[in-house]
Design a protein around this ligand. Structure first.
Ligand code: ATP
Ligand code: MG
Length: 371
């Protein structure tokens, strides 16, 4: 993908002139269309990698707010106990915007459906042999998943031994070093559910403990301290995996489809959070994000009445219904990067700005508690 000034400026949330200034001062090479296509105008064109570099440069200049060094990642779990509400779309689009806002984001796909992995450009269903047969680049397939991280951790715990070194390729960098990173999923991810179910002890807390162990340097091959945010995309059903992801979270985002009655899934999620609080004194903050919004839908009025009881938890923005989202999944590229200036991409940007504020507040509160 290549973006002209307007689209690139939209992705970084700045005007054309500001972006020109960045391009002149950041010392990051920006290409011209004429370099790539003979006869094209000599206008600047930005690749995703260039934009992510500029986002990190802007952070280094203190032009944007970021958590203080050493805060450790804020964990954001996207979950609601209902299928097809926009969890994966929200995880991916939000992860991209947070990265463009200057944060360092790790997205973790916890769903064997692997839609987040696919949206980030990978083929979760192909083996290496099949990839070769179909002419798919080996780098585009998935070999290690979150199972490659969690299983050694659980083994170490059960045997009271140090965690063995994790595979170097477990973290994918679909848009380069400076873009959001990804721990992908494939069908083997299914192994973690029985492993968690059979684990002794407080299995709901293992994911939280894994993150803590990584921050203490006890997971060789996986350093989570380099991230400001970890985003977990959860499967739709109740599972040990998603419960552990909620227990690990500082913040849970529950996307609720406004064109379908998904409030029950929200009620179940809230009682799950209450249960974790009662058992372990962990209570992530909850943000409800209305999705599939379309003003003409009669059901929306009724849904909004139901949602009113949760009004303090509802994000100050919603995501419109748009056919562009399913198309973006089919083309293995998030909508934000495909059509940065379209309305739903901008709505996810607004949501990410809201979330950014919450993340900064949570990181600051954590530092205050630690000192
Ligand atoms: N705002 C939206 N408007 C229209 N379609 C959307 C919207 N958000 C997501 N979709 C589409 O709805 C389908 C389900 O979305 P998504 O995969 O994000 O939901 P999910 O909650 O992760 O689903 P699952 O429960 O299967 O994991 C996808 O085809 C997606 O492209
Ligand atoms: Mg999903």
């Amino acid at each position: 993908m290549l973006y002209r000034l307007r689209a690139a400026g939209t992705l970084l949330g700045v005007t054309d002139n500001t972006l020109r200034g960045y391009a002149d001062h950041a010392g990051i090479a920006v290409r011209r269309a004429s370099d790539l296509t003979p006869g094209a105008p000599a206008v600047r064109v930005f690749e995703p990698d260039t934009l992510f570099r500029l986002a990190q440069w802007r952070r280094a200049q203190n032009y944007v707010k970021a958590p203080a060094a050493g805060s450790g990642p804020v964990v954001v779990t996207v979950d609601v106990i209902k299928g097809g509400t926009g969890k994966t779309t929200t995880s991916v689009e939000t992860a991209l915007h947070l990265q463009l806002l200057g944060l360092r984001v790790l997205l973790v796909d916890l769903d064997v459906q692997a839609n987040a992995t696919q949206l980030m450009g990978y083929e979760p269903d192909l083996t290496l042999d099949e990839a070769e047969a179909y002419g798919v680049a080996p780098a585009a397939i998935v070999q290690d998943t979150f199972a490659s991280v969690l299983m050694p951790f659980l083994e170490g715990r059960q045997r009271n031994q140090p965690v063995r070194t994790l595979p170097a390729g477990v973290i994918k960098k679909p848009f380069g070093e400076h873009g959001p990173h990804l721990i992908p999923a494939d069908t083997f991810l299914g192994d973690i559910e029985p492993a968690l179910a059979n684990a002794k002890g407080q299995r709901e807390l293992y994911l939280r403990q894994l993150i803590a162990a990584s921050l203490a340097g006890a997971t060789p091959g996986l350093d989570l301290s380099v991230y400001d945010v970890i985003v977990f995309d959860c499967p739709p059903s109740v599972s040990f995996t998603s419960t552990a992801a909620i227990a690990a979270a500082d913040l849970v985002i529950a996307p609720i489809r406004l064109d379908a009655f998904s409030v029950k899934g929200l009620t179940k999620l809230m009682s799950e959070i209450d249960g974790l609080d009662a058992a372990y004194h962990v209570r992530p903050e909850l943000i409800i994000l209305p999705t599939h919004y379309a003003p003409q839908l009669a059901r929306i009025g009724r849904m909004q009445t139901q949602l009113n009881q949760y009004r303090d938890l509802i994000a100050p923005c919603a995501i419109s219904a748009s056919e562009e989202f399913p198309k973006s999944l089919d083309s293995y590229l998030p909508l934000t990067l495909q059509k940065p200036t379209c309305h739903p991409s901008k709505e996810y940007r607004l949501f990410a700005e809201h979330l950014h504020g919450r993340i900064l507040a949570l990181a600051a509160a954590r530092r205050r508690t630690a000192s």
